[in-house]
Design a protein around this ligand. Structure first.
Ligand code: GLA
Length: 389
């Protein structure tokens, strides 16, 4: 009898402890890598070494070229667009993005030149948000607020090469990154990928995808700084800008939206018709660093922005399915950074147009949702189209 009682006791303990056991979350796996460089005509996608991170990780440079001679160089460190050479109206190429010639520059402190920003691009107020009643604390890396994914955001990690080559759409490179559950304070293992495609018709497409195994928030963008006259070639105040947005999100002194979306009409914020960036910048305290509420409302690819640089004739259009775009005029550039070809980046030497969901959306129930649930797919696209006049 005694032995039977013991067996029953052991069985009961085993059953209780098994049922109490937390189900192990299986991290979302990235697909197999098949790196391969192919060429069709002049269109090509090639890979070369860009160096190593201090902890010994190999970093590469992917070179996408199309028939018009447009060349985009992208690295798997931060998914950064290292350079983008585009012809002017006479066919002369110039690199129109700010950054560094070498990996070393990107390994140091810099203001997100060309980088993929995530898990949440832009700001989250007081560096926290709630999901299903649970508070998630993030790094306060912008005074009391959270900016661009935290201390080690997606801009500072080594992405994995998934694919490189030429397909029906153009020359492409696909990178992936798995952000672990709890990384920078965010819940859920998030498997992300970014595809850069340079098309025959002079578009640079950026496609973002993500899946999670726990409810989380996601907002991915690219933080390239542009100067369509050529990087380091003066300020961007003479560029003519059109933004398809009647409203912008009003912010407090910490650049966190107050919740009010204000009409741009009759204010220096109005770019509904082409205006030079510099025409009213003096009336905007600190310069432009605002989220525009795109008239398209997001959801489908639509023309959001057009920028024209009159001396070179270069034009860049931005089409996106995102509801907002952060227009930032390089207000914090101050001549302390020496960039590509020895160029020194002074204030307003570049502008950013970061397509995105609105800042602080995780704490603003009235803003379009940034919540991603397990089983759902985050899939967004931004297309940069280049031509001249
Ligand atoms: C974004 C922000 C700016 C600034 C830059 C990086 O565009 O909105 O306030 O932080 O990034 O310097």
């Amino acid at each position: 009898m005694k032995a039977r009682a013991w067996i029953m006791l052991v069985l009961a303990v085993a059953v209780i402890s098994m049922s109490g056991c937390k189900k192990k979350e299986t991290p979302v796996k990235a697909p197999e890598v098949k790196p391969e460089a192919k060429e069709i005509g002049q269109m090509s996608a090639n890979k070369e070494s860009f160096g190593k991170t201090p902890d010994g990780k190999q970093v590469d440079l992917y070179i996408l070229t199309n028939n018009s001679g447009i060349t985009a160089k992208i690295t798997n460190f931060g998914g950064i667009v290292v350079s983008l050479e585009v012809p002017d109206r006479d066919g002369n190429l110039a690199d129109i993005t700010l950054g560094f010639d070498k990996l070393d520059g990107y390994l140091g402190e810099h203001p997100y030149f060309g980088a993929i920003v995530g898990r949440y691009a832009n700001r989250i107020g007081k560096a926290e948000f709630k999901l299903d009643g649970k508070v998630y604390k993030l790094a306060a890396n912008n005074d009391e607020n959270h900016l661009h994914g935290g201390i080690k955001g997606f801009d500072k990690v080594v992405w994995r090469l998934e694919d490189i080559g030429v397909n029906a759409e153009g020359a492409m490179v696909k990178l992936s990154y798995i952000s672990q559950d709890g990384e920078e304070g965010y819940p859920g293992n998030l498997a992300c990928s970014v595809i850069y495609t340079l098309t025959e018709d002079d578009k640079l497409k950026i496609s973002y995808e993500a899946e999670t195994d726990k409810k989380t928030v996601v907002n991915l963008t690219n933080h390239a700084y542009y100067n369509l006259a050529g990087q380091g070639n003066g300020d961007i105040l003479g560029h003519e800008l059109t933004i398809n947005a009647d409203k912008y999100t009003v912010v407090d002194e910490g650049l966190i939206p107050t919740g009010e979306n204000r009409n741009v009409k009759g204010t220096p914020m109005d770019f509904t018709t082409a205006m030079t960036i510099g025409s009213r910048i003096a009336q905007v305290e600190g310069g432009y660093d605002h989220n525009y509420v795109l008239n398209s409302g997001g959801g489908t690819l639509a023309l959001a922005v057009k920028v024209h640089e009159p001396t070179s004739g270069r034009i860049m259009e931005i089409h996106t399915d995102q509801p907002g775009v952060q227009f930032y005029t390089g207000n914090f550039l101050d001549g302390s950074i020496k960039g590509k070809a020895g160029k020194v980046y002074q204030k307003h030497y570049g502008f950013c147009l970061e397509t995105q969901h609105f800042p602080d959306s995780p704490n603003k129930p009235d803003f379009p949702s940034v919540v991603l649930n397990p089983g759902q797919k985050y899939a967004t696209q931004t297309v940069h189209r280049f031509y001249t006049k």
